[in-house]
Structure formats: C-alpha cells, structure tokens
Design a protein around this ligand. Structure first.
Ligand SMILES: [Zn+2]
Length: 94
C-alpha cells in the first residue's frame, strides 16, 4: 500500500514537473524531479532500530567523524528523462 502511494506520487510529480524542480520526501527516500531526471535519494529511516532516524553516528570535537547507518547507506537512483519531441514542429504555438 505504501509503495503504491509512492508510485502514484511519483507519477503525479513527473506530470507536474515542467520547469521547476520538485522535491518530495516519502518514507526513506527523497524524490527530486526536474525536467531532465527523476532522482531518488536515500534518507535515514525514521523507525530504524539502530540509529533512531539519525542516519548514523557523528562525533564532533577534536577528531570529527562519523559513520553512516546501514539504513541510509544506499545508492542514489536516477531516472533520466528523454527530451520531449514536439509532435507538430511546423505549427505555430498559438
Ligand atoms: Zn539507521
């Protein structure tokens, strides 16, 4: 059910994303849509039992560093959109 909602949202975003980039946060993924591509960026899971939604463990101070949690350490998925060809190239726009 949740995946289906995300699919519907993705379809709606791809239909409405004409000029401006649209960012949408759905579950553990952040969906960014522009004219040229749709990108799914991983987000830390809010209900992760290990990092409690923090996405990892960070230490500050003398030796700052951190470690990403397994729930966030996933590749970014990008779907490139092909340019839309004008179906009537000879017609005036109005
Ligand atoms: Zn986690």
């Amino acid at each position: 059910m949740r995946a289906r909602t995300a699919l519907l949202l993705a379809a709606a975003v791809s239909l409405t994303a004409t000029t401006a980039a649209v960012a949408l946060k759905a579950g553990a993924w952040e969906l960014t849509a522009s004219r040229h591509a749709i990108r799914l960026s991983p987000k830390p899971r809010p209900g992760c039992p290990d990092c409690k939604g923090e996405g990892g463990w960070w230490s500050e101070g003398l030796y700052p560093g951190g470690e990403m949690c397994w729930c966030w350490d996933r590749p970014v998925r990008t779907l490139r959109l092909l340019p839309v060809r004008d179906p009537w190239p000879d017609e005036p726009p109005f």
